[in-house]
Design a protein around this ligand. Structure first.
Ligand SMILES: Cc1cc2nc3c(=O)[nH]c(=O)nc-3n(C[C@H](O)[C@H](O)[C@H](O)COP(=O)(O)OP(=O)(O)OC[C@H]3O[C@@H](n4cnc5c(N)ncnc54)[C@H](O)[C@@H]3O)c2cc1C
Length: 474
């Protein structure tokens, strides 16, 4: 059967191994592998600049791994697929599911549309350990608290699917007539920001496995306690690869589980569990990216001050641990989880700016920007999410720095202008005596900003605002 053509529609699964949709497509005689850049329906969550930069390199890498046969398109997925199907006499199409609400909506419309056209359309799970709808409480409701979600829901459910090998079928077709060149998708930023990001990442499926192996060699045995230390290699930095699907959670899960059975492996797997929890929250609350899960926060008196916001975005708040985090984000497209919590708490509690501002900035600048994880984490930080940090948990960025960056390596790396300060004043330069500032050549307000806010006063004000909110809702 020469006209037995199946489309493999790559989306957030830019890999060959452990790709259930690709395996299914490969059972056909010919496979047409495609990618569609669809910005039409994502609304406010059209892919951010850092993600687009990553995607460009990831598509290049995927294309190389299938002998240059990837056909890429831009536009509304349904329109593009209709044309491709017509031009290539396609009889089946396969994809791995995505869970953004707009994707779910589009996919279900697409399925019935393709069915009416007599085309087989099959979607599979290639991105999550458990489908969100499969993990529910005994009464059928979704979990709202992480520990029972993971311990009772996930760990007592069927074990995740074991990873699959790459397909053996190598007969890929290519749409030479209508497909675009990856360069024509306009994914790279106009400013040469991506050049800076490039030195930190080896993008693509093989880069993902190399990165994870490095974590196994250097980090896994320290993970449980060391995962809070931003300069140590004790976290995997696998999140952008996971988001774009260059490696699957199933590959990570079984790789560590097959290596050892200890507290570090358990803890690592439970962090993958947090990712699953975020997807569960998004699935059951499609408005998670914009709407407080706890509605009492709808009346919270947020501050409206663009000058404060810009200082935070640029890493110029005068609070070194916050500035170091924001500069790590800008320079590398990534920020360590501990520091994400510190800068997030500072934004929503000390500055009292709406968590939407943080969510938006991260969405645009993180290479791992992920609708489920980003929205649920910002709701967690702000205290308005499911199983969120309580409102009175306000991180003190000075103490956090002294505890988790005790020797100051992190701050000195990202804020070289204060590197010569002794550790005692590195996290709180405004408390340094005049002679030390003079000796180290630091002029606050000139070579490094004075703090844009008083940490204690702003903390008390936030506590008061949160207290009023609590009383109002009683
Ligand atoms: C304000 C804020 C915004 C965030 N935005 C994102 C985002 O857009 N995309 C994103 O992937 N993560 C986000 N996170 C969660 C977390 O910070 C990152 O997943 C983690 O830092 C990625 O680094 P890693 O791969 O080295 O993690 P590791 O510690 O090595 O963990 C392995 C994997 O487990 C998952 N994971 C770890 N911690 C968390 C967590 N707290 N919540 C959910 N999943 C987790 C991730 O998929 C991660 O790649 C955010 C956290 C905060 C506080």
């Amino acid at each position: 059967m020469t006209n037995d053509v199946a489309i493999q529609w790559f989306r957030q699964d830019l890999r060959l191994s452990d790709n259930p949709a690709l395996i299914a497509a490969s059972r056909h005689n010919n496979v047409l592998p495609i990618y569609i850049l669809d910005d039409d329906r994502a609304g406010d969550h059209v892919m951010g600049a850092a993600s687009r930069w990553w995607l460009y390199h990831s598509l290049k890498s995927l294309n190389a791994s299938i002998g240059g046969k990837l056909s890429v398109y831009q536009g509304n997925s349904i329109d593009v697929l209709t044309k491709v199907i017509g031009n290539h006499d396609v009889n089946a199409i396969y994809w791995n599911r995505c869970y953004e609400p707009w994707r779910i909506d589009c996919d279900s419309k697409l399925k019935s549309y393709l069915k009416n056209m007599g085309i087989k359309a099959e979607s599979t799970n290639g991105s999550l350990l458990w489908e969100p709808w499969s993990i529910r409480k005994d009464n059928g409701n979704p979990y709202k608290v992480f520990t029972p979600f993971y311990r009772k829901g996930c760990m007592q459910a069927q074990a995740p699917r074991e990873p699959l090998p790459p397909p053996t079928n190598k007969k890929y077709l290519q749409d030479k007539k209508n497909a675009l060149d990856i360069n024509q998708l306009g994914l790279l930023p106009k400013k040469p920001w991506g050049t800076k990001l490039s030195s930190h990442w080896d993008i693509g499926e093989s880069g993902a496995h190399t990165r994870f192996q490095k974590f196994i060699n250097e980090g896994l045995d320290h993970y449980k306690d060391g995962r809070n230390l931003p300069t140590k290699p004790y976290v995997s930095r696998i999140s952008p690869y996971l988001h774009h699907g260059e490696i699957s959670p199933n590959q990570l899960w079984y790789k560590v589980r097959n290596l050892a059975d200890n507290k570090h492996v358990d803890h690592f797997c439970s962090e993958l569990g947090w990712r699953e929890f975020s997807y569960s929250q998004l699935f059951f609350n499609p408005e998670l990216p914009t709407k407080n899960l706890q509605s009492k926060f709808d009346t919270f008196p947020w501050v409206d001050d663009s000058t404060l916001l810009v200082s935070w975005q640029k890493g110029k708040t005068g609070i070194p641990m916050v500035d170091a985090g924001m500069r790590e984000l800008w320079q590398t497209g990534y920020m360590h989880n501990r520091v994400r919590m510190i800068v997030g708490s500072f934004l929503v509690k000390n500055l009292r700016l709406h968590w939407h501002h943080g969510e938006r900035w991260f969405w645009n600048t993180l290479v791992d920007a992920d609708l489920a994880n980003n929205s649920s984490s910002w709701q967690w930080v702000a205290g308005c999410g499911a199983d969120a940090a309580p409102y009175f948990r306000i991180f003190n960025p000075v103490i956090q720095g002294q505890k988790f960056d005790a020797d100051g390596t992190y701050v000195r790396h990202f804020i070289p202008e204060i590197a010569s300060l002794p550790n005692k004043y590195l996290f709180n330069p405004w408390e340094a005596p005049e002679d030390i500032l003079k000796e180290t050549g630091i002029q606050l307000g000139s070579t490094y900003p004075k703090p844009i806010i008083d940490l204690k006063i702003s903390r008390d004000a936030a506590l008061e605002a949160f207290k009023l909110l609590k009383e109002e809702s009683l």
